[in-house]
Design a protein around this ligand. Sequence first.
Ligand code: BES
Ligand code: MG
Ligand code: ZN
Length: 491
Amino acid sequence: MNIKVLKKSILDIDADVIAVNLTEGTKTLTGVTEIVDKAYDNIISKFIIKKEKFEGKYGSIFELPLVESGKRLLIIGLGKPSELTYVKLRDLIAKVARVCNANKNAKKIVSALHGADIKGFCPEQCAQMITEGIISGLYSFDKYKSDKKDKNIKEFIMVETDVKAFKKAEIGAERGVIIAKNLNMARDLINESSQYLYPETLADFAIENSGVKTTVFNKARIKKMGMNAFLAVGQGSVHEPKLIHMEYKPAKAKKKIAIVGKGITFDAGGLDLKPPTSMLTMRDDMAGAAAVIATMKAISEIKPNIEVHAIIAACENMPSGSAYKPGDVIISKTGRTIEIDNTDAEGRVTLADALAYAEEIGVDEIIDIATLTGACVVALGTVASGIMGNNDKKIKDFIEVASQAGERFWQLPMFEEYGDTLRSDIADTKNTGGRMGGASAAGIFLSKFIKKTPWIHLDIAGTAFVDKPTSEGIKNATGIGIRSLIKYITE
Ligand code: BES
Ligand code: MG
Ligand code: ZN
């Protein structure tokens, strides 16, 4: 789809759909809505508002064919200006995109820069959110459907006649395309069947699509690096584990950051096998890995002045004759020994080595993103992701940035006592000690493998893959974390 901003009047563009908006409580029409109203015999003020009583409530959409021209007019209710947010704007436009796309004649849409004339809203952000809403809202995973439907919308044009606002909108739209396109790429990767997506194919995907230098280490190399914890988790699978390292290195970087994504391409639980209902969606256990690949690709396009490393310890957690066993003791990369209490708490075991590897690079900050614990799902549901770490200031900063990107993170405690259950009689630590306070215990476990680098841990177990549509209308893989990571790193 072609998305652009033009410095033209909405009336000068030939399109199948004209999309304007109405805020709740508006007495007299202004801006683009007024222009369209005047051009079409006051159809909005006299008919849609007066006669049809369209009030512009948030989320309401009024559709009307313009008989003479053969076009369709769409009035989008933005609700009360004081209640509108950028994220609500994006969710609403996602809905508009689906409404338009349902009509096969809606190939070309010309649209107002919705929200931009509301006090406190900036045209750049509005353009970005509208763009994200269109591209991300139309996402569907139909790779394995025989009756694949092409998207009907081919062109989406926003108009802005003010020079300054136009320039800003252009920048916003460009950013929106980068974010949404890569978000959708990650969704495809997460939704992909684990039959086809295993460590090797994940690594190939990263090489082809991360947009940055990507090095893949095989089993022998991983062994040489002493990453026995990572190897232990993967040893029950017929698929060889791969360590994936992506690097973005601008010439004079002002800081260095590492992002680490959990990359379990399928989590059967291992010998502590999961029950069927819990196992069903475990192809999503590499959503963290997908998030860091998509983030790298976006970074390669946005080009911030920050060095970024992305690391994925990719493997499959399977039961088999060669699988790691409960009671096994493993010597991790840091030398710290781990007694396996439960083979299904595998993510943290792989991350232990991946985090140690990240710290060895010598970065100023490490962020891991992982579908880590069912306990986090119990605590926060699908509404928010968990966040922990060893640096309160960075955690707070991340939560703030994420909320601007429309993603909710909620800090979970890391009280020392949560680590009590991890005490082992035979090793330095167990990998788990039961279900209670499980998200925090996992956080404490991870913290033991980082010596001194400021670190943030994101637990996206509840938000990465959902069975009811999100506010943006997305089912299954959501791509959670990507928007926050991109914003946190690049702004
Ligand atoms: N991948 C799961 C966590 C998960 C649960 C992700 C639900 C997405 C949705 C993780 O590897 C796991 O199995 N964790 C166990 C740990 C337990 C054995 C301590 C869990 O949470 O049940
Ligand atoms: Mg597991
Ligand atoms: Zn897992």
